[in-house]
Design a protein around this ligand. Structure first.
Ligand code: GAR
Length: 316
């Protein structure tokens, strides 16, 4: 199993970062930490990460415009080969450009049961409100502060006499467990057969006159009452692969693609030379490229009339 590459952004202590780092030491953990970065070069979490042999980057945001600083961090994340970002006590508002660049790839942990108590002073606000429980949430980061889809939550009881500090330290225990587990689920969801099929389905059925059927147990997509242009293959003839089979656009293309990227492209058994398999169960699937491949494959089998309509539509 290849491990998903995660970068963690912190601002200070970094105990959630440490929880992720130590969870990642388990042999079956589906992610590895490739970088810990902070907007404060003196953040204590950086010292720990470095001592644990993790690459670090510390740079003060002071004197930089928000988007400019985010671009510095973004460049470091890319250099480290990160595929996901985990915000762990990263006390910075993010620029829309940065959020956009990491759309659906960036998580945050927040010490409240969202949607309650976004922002700061969450523990005090929960106590003042007389809540029976406070807690923590892990969510996908979107443009609005502490607002993206919640992936997991842990309620934590508020005890009589709790102060914001006593409550915070109890919630922190829950945070450490919740974050490691939720991140593991998140990075593996894109390898789940159903998630992959749904993603292909969305792109394939968006093409004109496309429909879905089953052929030899494989979900496949074709033109209504016409030919097939894509198959989603799962352990086809015991090959252990989840892949997308599409038609190539030229006879040499299959060999050329496999030659160029043999880890991703393959020759699907029983499909001849004018189809190519694209593995979906390895990291870094470029879904824009998959969408383009589906469209190109659709074009190979579409009747002339439909092709003409597509050409007109694509001109606009
Ligand atoms: C954590 O409690 C985290 O939930 C919170 O900051 C603390 C960081 O601690 N984050 C937020 O309030 C974000 N809105 P840590 O540095 O020890 O992980």
């Amino acid at each position: 199993m290849t491990k998903a590459k995660v970068a963690v952004l912190i601002s200070g202590r970094g105990s959630n970062m440490a929880a992720l780092l130590y969870a990642a030491k388990a042999p079956d953990c589906p992610y590895e930490i490739v970088l810990v970065a902070a907007n404060d070069p003196l953040a204590p979490g950086l010292t720990l990460a470095a001592a644990e042999g993790i690459a670090i980057f510390g740079h003060s945001h002071k004197g930089h415009k928000r988007a400019e600083f985010d671009q510095i961090i973004h460049a470091q994340l890319q250099k480290a080969g990160a595929h996901y970002v985990a915000l762990a006590g990263y006390m910075r508002l993010l620029s829309p450009e940065f959020v956009g660049a990491w759309e659906n790839r960036m998580l945050n942990i927040h010490p409240s049961l969202l949607p309650k108590y976004k922002g700061l002073d969450t523990h005090q606000r929960a106590i003042d409100a007389g809540d029976t429980h406070a807690g923590c949430s892990v969510h996908i980061v979107t443009a609005e502060l502490d607002d993206g889809p919640v992936l997991g939550q842990t309620p934590v009881v508020i005890l009589p006499g709790d102060t914001p500090d006593t409550l915070a330290s109890r919630i922190l225990i829950a945070e450490h467990q919740l974050y490691a587990r939720t991140l593991a689920d998140f990075v593996t969801r894109e390898r789940q057969p159903d998630w992959l099929l749904n993603r292909v389905r969305e792109a394939a059925l968006a093409l004109p006159q496309a429909d879905e059927t089953l052929s030899h147990g494989m979900p496949c997509f074709g033109i209504v009452k016409g030919k097939k242009f894509a198959y989603v293959s799962r352990d086809h003839h015991g090959d252990g692969i989840i892949g997308l089979l599409v038609k190539t656009t030229a006879p040499e293309e299959q060999a050329m693609l496999i030659d160029r990227d043999p880890a991703r492209y393959y020759r699907p058994s029983y499909f001849g030379n004018d189809w190519v398999g694209i593995r979906l169960d390895i990291d870094d699937t470029d879904w824009d490229q998959i969408t383009d491949r589906l469209r190109a494959s659709w074009r190979q089998v579409a009747p002339k009339k439909l092709l003409g309509l597509m050409d007109v539509a694509e001109e606009f």
